[in-house]
Design a protein around this ligand. Structure first.
Ligand SMILES: Nc1ncnc2c1ncn2[C@@H]1O[C@H](COP(=O)(O)OP(=O)(O)OP(=O)(O)O)[C@@H](O)[C@H]1O
Length: 308
């Protein structure tokens, strides 16, 4: 991924919005991608994430989506995700659009599972299905669902970041990542619907554990041979993913009516396995994980009780 503007903002830089005069102090760069750079900033002792875009049109379409989601959520008690939208004038006179959003304190899904262990896989991914279901119920598909766009906070709670690919149901998904794309795998259209995100979700499960094999597979296959069966073959050979193959097949085949139905099937699988998806562990190692297992069990209980 490259950005079309190569400067950065050092720690302590003060960003002042041209129109609304909001003042944000830069702490550090959180990340960057094709659409811009995201900084951790401080305003009146609160932390926020501030995204500066190189292209006003791209950033504006993200802002429009976030505004529309905020409208639909107005009645919920959840803190708004979109905080401010403005322009920044640089010392050289050039202007860049930016928006400020809630800071998601978390690590990437990949890092989280590497640190906490595969036993957190079922509950974390269940939480992600809940996030998708909420978005779908508001009429949007996430579009560019991938490992990098999912952050995990305490107790396996997930948050989606990068709303650049969010697309109204029925419209064509424009921003996607090939390997996660239903069209790329000849498994359906690029029309935004629940099934589009559920397909990406299934690929995301594979990417977490088999990213190397996935890369080898995509390099080796001719476009006409890219089919979900090839992905399922990889899942079947992996001890964490093997018990999930039935669910993955349905998700890749578009058999779930919506994300709620997919989450219910996932929940059933969690009940059946007691939330375990990792291969058997020697007894002495098990002892080391008692504390972590207690937290995990509490989280599962709480998630299943409160629903998604
Ligand atoms: N609200 C947030 N809280 C914390 N970190 C964030 C937040 N939003 C974005 N980030 C971090 O910044 C990175 C880049 O942000 P984002 O994905 O929105 O940029 P992008 O230019 O649209 O990227 P891409 O090229 O993947 O589309 C994210 O991967 C994430 O690590």
């Amino acid at each position: 991924m490259t950005t079309s503007f190569e400067w950065s903002l050092p720690r302590g830089t003060v960003i002042k919005g041209k129109w609304k005069q909001g003042i944000y102090k830069v702490e550090r760069l959180l990340g960057e991608g094709a659409n811009g750079k995201v900084f951790l900033v401080e305003n009146r002792q609160n932390w926020y994430a501030l995204k500066i875009g190189a292209d006003a049109v791209d950033l504006q379409s993200e802002v429009n989506v976030l505004k529309s989601i905020a409208e639909q959520k107005r009645t919920s008690k959840e803190e708004s995700y979109l905080i401010d939208v403005d322009d920044l004038r640089m010392a050289d006179g050039r202007e860049y659009p930016f928006y400020v959003m809630r800071y998601v304190r978390g690590v990437t899904l990949f890092d989280y599972l590497a640190r906490q262990g595969s036993e957190w896989f079922p509950v974390t991914l269940y939480s992600l299905l809940g996030k998708l279901a909420q978005l779908h119920e508001a009429g949007w598909a996430f579009g560019d669902l991938k490992v990098e766009n999912v952050l995990v906070g305490d107790y396996g709670r997930v948050e989606l970041v990068d709303y650049g690919g969010v697309t109204a149901f029925g419209k064509g998904v424009r921003q996607f990542t090939e390997i996660y794309d239903r069209g790329y795998w000849n498994a359906g259209t690029r029309s935004a619907d629940a099934g589009y995100d559920l397909f990406s979700f299934a690929v995301l499960c594979l990417q977490l554990y088999e990213s190397k094999r996935m890369a080898q597979l995509t390099a080796a296959l001719l476009p006409q041979n890219r089919v979900p069966e090839e992905l399922l073959r990889i899942a079947y050979a992996n001890p964490v993913l093997k018990p999930l193959c039935g669910w993955l097949r349905k998700a890749m085949g578009g058999e779930f009516k919506n994300a709620r139905e997919a989450a219910a099937a996932w929940q059933q699988w969690m009940h059946r396995t007691g939330g375990r998806s990792s291969p058997p562990v020697p007894r002495w190692i098990k002892g080391l994980f008692v504390a972590s297992a207690t937290v995990l069990a509490t989280t599962i209980y709480w998630l299943l009780r409160t629903g998604l």
